[in-house]
Design a protein around this ligand. Structure first.
Ligand SMILES: Nc1ncnc2c1ncn2[C@@H]1O[C@H](COP(=O)(O)OP(=O)(O)O)[C@@H](O)[C@H]1O
Ligand SMILES: [Mg+2]
Length: 279
């Protein structure tokens, strides 16, 4: 089976800046990936390529067996569910939550002229319910809370029953209860039989739902490490990625990390120096 995403030696340049530099990344159908890295690492840029919204400056990107640049992106995009905060700025102010979801079926955000099938409306309503926001279906999107908007965005991303689901910081701006509810629901989704191949971007380890299988660590537009989450998510790799001495905590499928106290860092480097000295 060919990969869902096959990105080879991709760079994205804007002026003199490399947003991405020589990134290679392969995602197979049964994998669930987290892209983790600090602000400005290039996570959103990479996700936009995967979403067929952005073309690399150099390198190749194959999405669902189609070569970006050699395929009509408007045929490709309905196969890709993309949830990103950028939606917030493109949705007309008075658009209802239900319409924000329904219009995904037509690859638009405004609902002005198109005729919508009842079937689509029912599917959109069911998705809102699944994500716990059925009761706000007729409220303007602009009046929803941050947590409600995130859920509506994910429902929208799932509307076309995509083969690839891309979630850019779905937990950003949520309070603790909201984050935990979203983590739980996302975990249920990605571990279910009918789950699409999923990529989730975050810079907070606490936002990684149980069930994700792989992680790509990005820093300054380059890959620090990529692979199965158990091998790749380590204190050493995280420290490199975030340029801070971090200690990873992994419990019941959840992750967290804290900066090592200065004393512990000094002790461990003194320890390794003396053990090296002893040879
Ligand atoms: N069009 C652009 N021109 C110049 N720099 C950009 C452009 N878009 C993004 N950047 C910069 O590229 C870097 C990576 O951006 P982004 O992919 O959004 O990072 P992340 O999602 O990891 O925070 C950031 O430093 C950002 O400021
Ligand atoms: Mg981003």
């Amino acid at each position: 089976m060919s990969p869902v995403l096959d990105i080879q030696n991709v760079s994205v340049r804007r002026g003199r800046k490399n947003l991405l530099h020589d990134v290679s990344w392969t995602v197979n159908e049964d994998e669930r990936w987290v892209i983790l890295g600090p602000n400005g690492a290039g996570k959103t840029t990479l996700l936009q390529i995967a979403a067929a919204r952005l073309f690399p400056t150099t390198g190749t990107a194959k999405i669902l067996d189609e070569q970006l640049g050699a395929v009509d992106v408007f045929e490709l995009r309905p196969l890709i569910g993309f949830s990103s905060n950028s939606l917030t700025t493109t949705v007309p102010m008075q658009e209802t939550a239900l319409n924000v979801v329904v219009t995904a079926a037509y690859g638009v955000t405004g609902r002005w002229r198109e005729e919508y099938e009842q079937l689509d409306e029912r599917r959109a309503f069911a998705l809102l319910n699944e994500w716990g926001v059925g009761t706000v279906f007729d409220r303007p999107f602009s009046t929803l809370s941050e947590g409600e908007r995130k859920r509506v965005q994910i429902a929208r991303a799932l509307m076309t029953d995509p083969e690839l689901l891309l979630l850019d910081e779905p937990g950003a701006g949520l309070d603790l209860g909201g984050r935990e509810a979203l983590v739980e629901r996302t975990s249920e989704l990605v571990t279910s039989e009918e789950a699409p191949t999923t990529v989730l971007v975050t810079h907070h380890l606490e936002e990684i739902p149980p069930g994700f299988t792989h992680v790509l660590l990005l820093r300054d537009g380059t890959t620090v490490a990529a692979g199965p989450i158990e091998e790749t998510m380590t204190s050493a790799n995280l420290s490199k990625t975030f340029d801070t001495e971090l200690e990873l905590i992994h419990r019941d499928g959840r992750f967290s990390a804290f900066k090592k106290p200065a004393a512990a860092v000094a002790a461990s480097s003194a320890g390794s120096a003396s053990s090296q000295a002893r040879g």
